[in-house]
Structure formats: C-alpha cells, structure tokens
Design a protein around this ligand. Structure first.
Ligand code: SF4
Ligand code: SF4
Length: 331
C-alpha cells in the first residue's frame, strides 16, 4: 500500500507521518464543531452546542483568518479537522477545498456519515490531504445502510487518490469478537485501505478499563501505530514535567476560535484567537503541568521525548519526535 512508512522497530506509520515529524510544521487540532450525527457511548468529543465558526463568520472571513494565522506564525500548517463531526457542518467540503488550494495540509478525522463527506471527497485536492482518518463507529457497524455508505465513501476516497485509513476502536465490549469484526472490515476493503486498530485511549478510564488479557489481545492484533499505543499505555500517568510539543508543534483550536495548548489546558492561558489572526506559539517545548495526559489526539503526546519515561528507552528511538526525528532515518 502507498504511503505506509515502516519504522525501524517494524511499526507502521501512515500518510500524515512526514508532516508530523517535520519540524517546520505546526498541527492545528481544529474542533470544527462539537455536535455530532452519531452518539457513541464512549465519546468525549461532543457536548458544547457552540455553532461552528464556518457557520458564524462564513467561508471567506474564516479563510482570511486562517491565512492571517499562517502569516503571523510564519509556519507551515497542517489542519487536523475534528469535532464532534466536521462533515455535518454546511459548506465544510467547499471550505476544505479552499484551505487546500491556499496551501494548508489537511488531516481530517471523520465518521464519513455526515452530509458534507461527499463534497469533501469530490472537491478537495487529494495531494493536500495528509490522511483521512475514517473512524468506523458502532452505528454504521450495526446498520447495513450506514455500513454501505461508510465503505462506499471510503473506497471512493481511496480511488480518487486520498490517503485514508479505517480506524477501528477496540473498546472492551468489542474485544471478545474482535477477530470476526476485523475480518468483516477486511472483506469490505479487500486489502486496498489500511485498518488501524486502536484501543480507546481517551478519558479518565484508560487504561484501567482493559484487563491485562485484553491489552495483550489488542497488542497482538495492532500493527499500525503500535508504538504509540504501548508508550501511551505505559506513560498515561507520567507526563508531568515532560517537555511536550503541544504549544509549538501542535496546538488546539477550540470551536470558539480560541487557541489553547491542548485539551487538558481548556482552562489555561490563551495562545491567541483565530478571528484576530493571532497565534502566539511557544518558542520551544515546555514542561507538561498535568500528571495525566488524556488528550484524545495522539499527536499531542508526540512531545520532545515522552518516551524517556519508559525505562531504558533512548532518545534516538523517539520516531515521533519533531526535533530529533528524521524521516530519512526511518524509511
Ligand atoms: S462519531 Fe466521533 S464525535 Fe461522533 S459521537 Fe462518535 S466518537 Fe463522538
Ligand atoms: S496534557 Fe498531554 S498534550 Fe497537554 S501538555 Fe501535557 S503531555 Fe502535552
């Protein structure tokens, strides 16, 4: 498969990997909206009823604001569009096409069920999309029509040249039947699209919601981003004091337009406001003040050297490190 990167430890990385380890890029985790068309029991991503800025200020003004932020920061920007579900916001597909035409790299996270999914796939230039992370949630898994819709869109995106991965979250209740569930997905994608099996890493219940046997089972099946999973498993409660790249290489953009360091820092200091075109990034990675990192975006734990908390790990083994990482070493 194209755009699969094999790391020295045999772990596999995906299409957004070159941007993630590139020191010139900052990833903006943009919460496009917090509303969603699905209601997964494990969700931490929806709740606030705040309208999307795309609806409030409109396409052109929002595009101008993003361009101003790019000029202000003098950085290359990758926009991770997440939610809630971004593809339920009117004009989302069209707006993403404009962002990609204006030099932004996109990294959308989606359930592929929203009305704007087709517009996104039809209008956006695949060359400017690092990775579509298409998460297969319980409703499409249990509803034949939604299942067909999900895979029709995923295959269309793949055929048009997008990097896409099917993300499947191995929640505890899915584990006993995980092999059969994965086989069904494999039958649907027929080897054309990678399948990312991930444990449920967010919230306060990770990792104690899993038994040791369940962790072992996921670890045996997981063959993409396994390193993140293992390190996250061992380090979830050890982030305090670690120098984290959130605030410089990764920044969160709230649905309101406020830039914050990360999800944990929702009550922390503001890094700027999108509508004003201002984003003041930290000059270097700062220590994490929180004992536990429950930020849902995996990119957020790709800090200067989070892996130092793992006994005997060496800095050179930090493949996800934006400062010492070098893609040429890893291919
Ligand atoms: S699709 Fe995603 S955002 Fe929507 S309810 Fe499920 S987990 Fe939450
Ligand atoms: S909570 Fe996580 S993302 Fe936030 S500063 Fe700490 S390590 Fe970084």
């Amino acid at each position: 498969m194209k755009n699969i990167y094999k790391l020295p430890n045999n772990d596999l990385e995906l299409g957004d990997y070159p941007y993630i380890i590139d020191p010139e890029y900052t990833t903006i985790i943009w919460h496009v909206v917090h509303i969603c068309n699905l209601h997964c029991s494990y969700c931490t991503g929806y709740g606030s009823k705040h309208e999307s800025l795309l609806t409030i200020i409109g396409e052109q003004e929002l595009l101008d604001a993003f361009i101003k932020v790019k000029e202000y920061t003098k950085r290359k920007l990758m926009l991770c569009c997440t939610g809630g579900e971004p593809s339920i916001v009117k004009n989302y597909g069209n707006f993403c096409a404009k962002l990609s035409d204006n030099g932004f790299i996109l990294q959308p996270k989606t359930n592929l069920i929203g009305n704007e999914s087709d517009n996104f796939i039809n209008k956006v230039n695949p060359a400017n999309v690092a990775l579509i992370e298409a998460a297969l949630h319980p409703q499409p898994e249990e509803n034949e029509n939604l299942w067909k819709l999900f895979f029709t869109r995923a295959k269309k995106a793949h055929n048009l040249g997008f990097n896409i991965v099917i993300k499947y979250i191995a929640t505890p209740y899915r584990i006993n039947t995980l092999n059969a569930r994965i086989r069904k997905i494999e039958d649907a994608v027929q080897g054309q699209i990678p399948i990312l099996i991930s444990p449920y890493l967010a919230g306060t219940t990770w990792p104690k919601m899993y038994s040791n046997q369940q962790i072992d089972k996921i670890m045996n099946i997981c063959n993409i981003r396994k390193t993140i999973f293992i390190h996250r498993w061992k380090c979830t409660n050890s982030f305090k004091g670690m120098k984290c790249d959130s605030g410089r290489g990764v920044i969160m953009l709230q649905v309101t337009g406020e830039f914050l360091r990360c999800w944990n820092a929702r009550n922390g200091r503001s890094y700027g406001t999108l509508q004003k075109g201002i984003l003041n990034l930290d000059p270097e990675p700062l220590a994490c003040p929180y004992s536990r990192c429950a930020c849902t975006q995996q990119a957020m734990c790709w800090g200067l050297s989070p892996w130092n908390h793992i006994k005997d790990a060496k800095k050179e083994q930090c493949y996800y490190n934006r400062f010492v990482g070098n893609i040429n070493k890893c291919l």
